[in-house]
Design a protein around this ligand. Structure first.
Ligand SMILES: C[S@@+](CC[C@H](N)C(=O)[O-])C[C@H]1O[C@@H](n2cnc3c(N)ncnc32)[C@H](O)[C@@H]1O
Length: 255
């Protein structure tokens, strides 16, 4: 029987859970796999391992979490045993100065904030009336599996353009899932200039890229010289039924 795809240990806004099968089927032959905007890493965790892998995200706390999973998984699991869902605790974690926490505690704080907030955004305490609090981490006792998955992986914490400069080779493949154009919500804002910079960088690479982005006339214009495939995805971004929508999404490649 075929092994089921691994799931990420966290949830994150904009995660590619619904589209990952399509994306994975489109990955070309490569030696080095680079994910420029890691988030929860749905594609990385779902695909077969490449020879060399690189995961990058500009969010320092997110990358710290994966670093801590890599080095201190049992300790994270031990500490999570003592956490429970509470508004005070949520506010305390949200407002505390991370500089005063150890790296392990920063990882716990990050997990707590995304697992106990609405839509994993980390800003409002996510109470509910129809289901119990979310577990702090989805696959408890499976962090060892995550750590094993990350053995061949370089973990980076830079802005995307620096990663392109460092890792671009003929055999490199970049999977790019930037924040949607004209949407907000991450700790780092992604402006129109950032989108243009990404396009300019991707235009000139030696390797291959696959980009996923929301369907928008400007985006189509920026990438008109590349292969553009349209896909429909159903994502629930909020709890209210009205907010559940079908989004047109584009998969753009240079191969
Ligand atoms: C759409 S999410 C990626 C979702 C991911 N593919 C998944 O399956 O969960 C975009 C990510 O880009 C990160 N980001 C924002 N600006 C960035 C930048 N300039 N360089 C690298 N990462 C950035 C955000 O922190 C966020 O995690």
């Amino acid at each position: 029987m075929k092994k089921s795809m691994m799931k990420p240990p966290i949830s994150r806004m904009g995660g590619k859970s619904k589209l990952r099968k399509t994306i994975i089927e489109m990955i070309p032959k490569h030696t080095c796999y680079i994910e420029l905007f890691f988030g929860a890493g749905w594609v990385y965790f779902g695909k077969e391992k490449s020879k060399v892998e690189v995961i990058n995200d500009a969010d320092r706390e997110l990358i710290n979490l994966f670093k801590m999973i890599k080095y201190h998984a049992p300790e994270i699991e031990r500490l999570l045993e003592y956490e429970f869902s509470g508004r005070d605790i949520f506010e305390e974690y949200k407002n505390c100065q991370v500089e005063y926490l150890t790296e392990i505690h920063r990882a716990i704080r990050f997990l707590y904030l995304i697992s106990q907030s609405f839509a994993a955004k980390g800003n409002h305490y996510g109470y509910k009336v129809t289901s119990k609090p979310a577990p702090h981490i989805f696959y408890k006792n499976e962090l060892a599996e995550v750590r094993e998955r990350m053995r061949n992986t370089f973990v980076e914490n830079l802005s995307f353009e620096k990663i392109i400069d460092k890792y671009d080779r003929k055999e490199s493949f970049f999977f790019c899932d930037p924040p949607y154009f004209e949407t907000t919500g991450y700790c780092t804002e992604f402006s129109e200039e950032d989108h243009i910079l990404l396009r300019d960088k991707l235009k000139n690479i030696k390797g291959k890229f696959l980009l996923t982005i929301n369907d928008n006339p400007k985006v189509r214009e920026w990438y008109k010289d590349f292969n553009i495939k349209e896909v429909e995805v159903h994502y629930s971004v909020s709890r209210s039924a009205e907010a559940r929508k079908n989004y047109g999404e584009l998969i753009i490649t240079n191969y």
